[in-house]
Structures are given as C-alpha cells and as structure tokens.
Design a protein around this ligand. Sequence first.
Ligand code: AMP
Ligand code: MG
Length: 519
Amino acid sequence: MFKERVPAQKNGLMVDNLLNFDNTYLSLHQIFYSMVQPSVVPNPEIVLFNEELGQNLFGSSTNPQEWSELLSGNRVPESTAPFAQAYAGHQFGHFTMLGDGRAIVIGEHITPFGERYDIQLKGCGRTPYSRRGDGKATLGAMLREYLMSESMFYLGIPTSRSLAVTKTGEKVYRDKTFDGAVLTRLMTSHIRVGTFEYARYYGSPNDLESLLDYTIKRHLPSLLQSKNPAAGMLEYVMNRQIELIINWMRVGFIHGVMNTDNTSISGETFDYGPCSFMNAFDLNTVFSSLDTGGRYAFGNQPAIIKWNIAKLAEALLPLLHPQQDRAIEIANEIIDKFDNQFSHKWYTMMFSKIGLVNPTTEDRVLVDELLTTMKSSKLDYTNTFSALKKTITPKESQPNQSNQSNQSRQLDPLNSWMTNWTRRLEESEGGFLAAVGLMEKMNPLFIPRNYFIEKALAGADENDYTLFNQLLSLVKQPYSLVEQPYSLAEQPYSLADDIEKYSSVPNNYDKNYKTYCGT
Ligand code: AMP
Ligand code: MG
C-alpha cells in the first residue's frame, strides 16, 4: 500500500538546490527534540502553492509540482535532518507534556535575504509525541489554516506563513473520513512559552539556561550583553504579545486556543485550529467547540495573554535571580506594567479605527459608547467601521456601489453617536480627510468569514476551488478597493461588489456555528 521513500536527490531536482538548511536547533540538548522522518504517503499532489512566498524564500520561481515529493514528506533532502520539537504547556489552564505530535521541522532554511525560517510539515505522520493521535491532518483543516494565515499576513499582522497544501492520497479518519493533506508552514521559529515550561519542568537548570541563550541568539541578539537577559526576554515577549493581541482585536480575530504551547516567543500568530473572525461585535464571542467556558473568547484574549506571560515568568524564575524572592519581584515588576500598557495601546488602536489623529484621554468615552451600541444592536464589527468611514468620505472618491442605502441603514443605531463623532473630527487637524486616511489603514474592508469559508471548503472537497480561490484573492488586498480590470470570464469586475457579496452572513448563522481543532 505504501510507496518506498524516494531516495534523496535521485532525480537531481532543482528544488534541492534552492534549500539552504542550517539546523541550529539541534545544537540544543537532545531532550528538546526527536530525530524523526516524515511518513511516506501514496500519492502526493500539491493543491496550493504560495508563489509569492516561494519567491521570497528561494529567490526564484519554481514549478510547484517539483515540490510535491518533498512537501508531502516523501523525499527528505540529504542536506537536512528533520526533527520534532518537544514542549509542554498549559492547555485550558492545565499543565501537560506535549510536543510536535503531527508536525516535523524539515529544517531551518536561510533565505537569499539572510532570514531564517523553520520549514515545518504539518500532518506528516506520527512522532514520539503523538500520544494516541495519528499525526495526520485533513485537507479541509489545512486549507483553512492556509487561508486564515494568509489573511492575517495581508492584514499586516505577524503570523506563521503557509507555503503549500499537499494532498497525500490517503484517507484520514475523524468523525468521518476525509482526504489527508500536509501543510507546509513557516515561522521565524517555533519556540513557544511551552518550550520554556518544558525546559523548566522536564529539563535541568542547564537546559533552561541553554534554551534562553539559544532564543536570545536567534531572536534577540541585542540582549546578548544584557545584565539580565531572562528579564529582557520576558519583557520583550510581553510587549510583542501585547502588540499582537491588539492587532487581533483590531480586525476581530479570535484565536480560539491560546494555550501556552500556542503562544510564540517571536510574537507571531500560529496554530490556526479553531480560530475565527468575529461578525457581530460581542466581547463574549466564542466559536471553538472545545471552549465551553469561554476562556478564549474574543474579549478575554488580553487577560489570557497576561496569564500566559505569567507562566513564562514562572518558568524563567531561576534565571531571573538566584534568590527566588528577588526573582518573583523582578517578574512582578515586568508583569505589573501589562494592564496600563495594554489599555493605553488598545485605546490608541481604537482611536485610529475611528479616525482620531490627535486623541486625548477624554476621547475614551467615544470609543466606549460606540462599542456599547455596537454590542446592543449586534452590529458587524468589520462592516461598521467601513460604513462609518464611508459617511465621511467625499462622494467623488467612493466606488460605485449598489447597496449604499443598505450600508447607511446599518448605522441607524449609531446616529446620535455619529453626531458627537463627526463634531469631534471637525475640530481635529486635517478634519475628515485625515480621519479617512487613518481609518483606511486601520479598518479592513474584507475578512474571511466562516459562512463563506465553509462553502469554499465544501467546494474544495469536491475538487472545486472556485470559491476558495476567490476568497484567497480577496484576503490579499483587505484594505484597498483597487479595481481589477477584468475577471477570468472577461466581465467587468468589481472588487467592491465581491467584497460586499462576501461580507454579510445569514442572521443567526453564528448562533450554532462551531470551529474545531482539526486534529
Ligand atoms: P494543538 O491543539 O494543535 O495545539 O495541538 C495540541 C497537541 O496535540 C500537540 O502536542 C499536537 O502535536 C497534538 N496533536 C494534535 N493533533 C494531533 C494528531 N492528529 N496526531 C497526533 N498529535 C496531535
Ligand atoms: Mg499547538
């Protein structure tokens, strides 16, 4: 049933020459990884390949089909030694041993621009950390991760990237049978809060210190001379994660499973399992089928990231100071800055979303009142800000849209708020024009919504990628309405019409909608 592994470089493929591996992670003590080969699959077929990312990674365009053996895991280049990473983590608040159970780092690739990325294959078979799982992934879950991570990238939010989705020709068994697939995922590193927890609770003091040293060399060389590198890294991770969560909240992103093993040290979004974009604004929004208590609800994300940072601090205690009391004080000094920083940065972000170029503390009430009405009137998070922007955009710079009145009607509940808002904008420097410029940068016109993602994935399941590709092209320009002259069918094509088509979902759709980990 299974094919033999294709011997490395048998065909002298071009793609091997494009890969430039340097697996520094293997310089860590052996407890941090297991050497493992991906499973061989019967019939690899690339169904999506990210040409633009490929260019950046390899400095050359390539024929995606040449990659199928490699990106399915069937062929491992001689220049690398793949490994699965060990880590632990708090899942829904409970500490446990984890590790890459369905992912393998094929190698650390250095791009022609000198950037280092882990190239990871997700869904490529069992590893020593698989526990009872099969190490496989379904096509639908991997396509969804590809679309979501690309969307986040083009929204300007730090994220893992997706290079390819490769169908394996195997069936994967969950509640029913699915096509199997492997996702090729890239990250500047897969070091997580959970990697530090693993070092602290499963390793020796030396292991913890060497992980810190390694992480600083890889991500934070500026701290090499620091008197307290552990404190420096803790503060860095906290700041990066604050920026990240504020970006998520700017676009209505709900990660869904912010366990400490899914919190990166680099500040990149990753592990797109049960994630989702919010439709109607409500801080309590949760879609994950596992998150019955709402631990990872949209509005809980700041509190949870603070909790995760506290777990990182606990893991780092022995390195913060040799005396535990003093170490705890140092950790607290850093974490005590969280609340003020978060709230200041969150309001700054929200001020920009409503176009305030010179905000003052008094403007906070404007933001608070807006969100209160948006919640009570169940207004769509993304569409409300787009519609608000349109009300202050000069008519001649607006694209023709069929549905103008519909859009302004959705703002009815905000009528009195808008009076205060426009008065405030008129007073500020640059007036409406400056406000529109700022709002255009901060508010996406397009986010991928579950209702359409589900339709697109159902199509892909029947080998029809029309809708999936349409969504993929829309996520690539989420802020702009630059018209593309013609569609494939050579019809005059309006991006604005397409955005509108995919920007509203049936009433009550969200009520019963659930996302899954894709495991
Ligand atoms: P995640 O929810 O993706 O963060 O995964 C949590 C843990 O479960 C990690 O250790 C994964 O490697 C592991 N895991 C998830 N799915 C599978 C699978 N199909 N087979 C083996 N391990 C898995
Ligand atoms: Mg994970």
